[in-house]
Design a protein. Structure first.
Lengths: 134, 134, 134
């Protein structure tokens, strides 16, 4: 079963989508299987990360921005802005797709694991994510 | 359903395989489900990346080669050549496996998303990729 | 079908779990399909890497520890120890989930590919991994 969601982003950051995935799983009436998420863009990511303490996510973003800075003389692909090439690189270093098992109608992700869309662009975007339940 | 393809590589670079995956999906007659790709090697990767402007892929390769250079004094695993250990590291930083949903017999990847085998070795190789449709 | 395993870790390192996955696949009597692994933590990873020469894994660990060092002034999320934030970052740079196709009851991973839990914390942990066979 295929489901589609959209996430409206307003600049770089981690947008939690755990509850939306859980709701769609509950609606689907599937009890046991695999939930796969796929983001249809190359300048944002899907990640699983600690959802308890926001400081972990802030450090993660700052660390990644230091590793993949804007205004790097190496970039030639710059006509879409200085944040575009770093966004593509971050997308490749993280993930475009996640598969999470579920049982008794609930995701088997750990207590501290949240599902996040990681927006790498500064401008507002509407991001399409496809979910597949089996 | 399992399908196998081989990609002949002639040095480092991104080799697009989107059309081959689409063809196998069409042949399989599957209409809705999940297409999983798995590469059977630890010195190349599978990635989804922008397929429109080649400059994005060139920057990506140059950036990764700067992050994971050859001839790093840290490496002890060098008997297969100076490009071998960087290849293993790049493989871990990217992906060995991708799962992409499909509907109406077509991949639900985004307009600008291509599927690429990323070869990290200099010498010519024949790379095995396994596809699974469900 | 869902199966669960635990891996007891005693400090940072790569813990091979290939044989445990193969055993569970054999027990499941599944012949052809996709085996998905998911680790329920954000401070360790699942990776596929060369299982032949241990020097490749040592170099991989040393390289990653140099890229993501402890005691980085950037970190604010430090109350769980200096190895906690690097562990979260390494988890995001590698993978939380893997899907591997199988045929004739055997994983289709390559000859030199092993499946590893990569522990990023110093203290001993018990890590939960969920397997899903379809």
């Amino acid at each position: 079963m295929i489901k589609k969601i959209q996430v409206a982003t307003s600049g770089q950051g981690l947008y939690e989508i755990t509850h939306r995935v859980e709701s769609l799983l509950a609606e689907s009436k599937n009890k046991e299987g695999l939930c796969s998420l796929f983001v249809r863009h190359t300048s944002c990511s899907l990640i699983i990360q600690e959802n308890a303490d926001p400081s972990a996510r802030i450090d993660l973003e700052n660390w990644m921005n230091r590793l993949v800075p804007e205004n790097d003389a190496l970039y030639t692909h710059t006509f879409e802005g200085q944040d575009d090439m770093p966004a593509h690189i971050k997308s490749v270093l993280t993930a475009t797709q996640l598969s999470i098992p579920f049982e008794d109608g609930k995701l088997l992700s750990g207590t501290w694991q949240g599902i996040f869309l990681w927006e790498h662009r500064h401008a507002a975007h509407c991001r399409d994510i496809v979910l597949h339940f089996i």
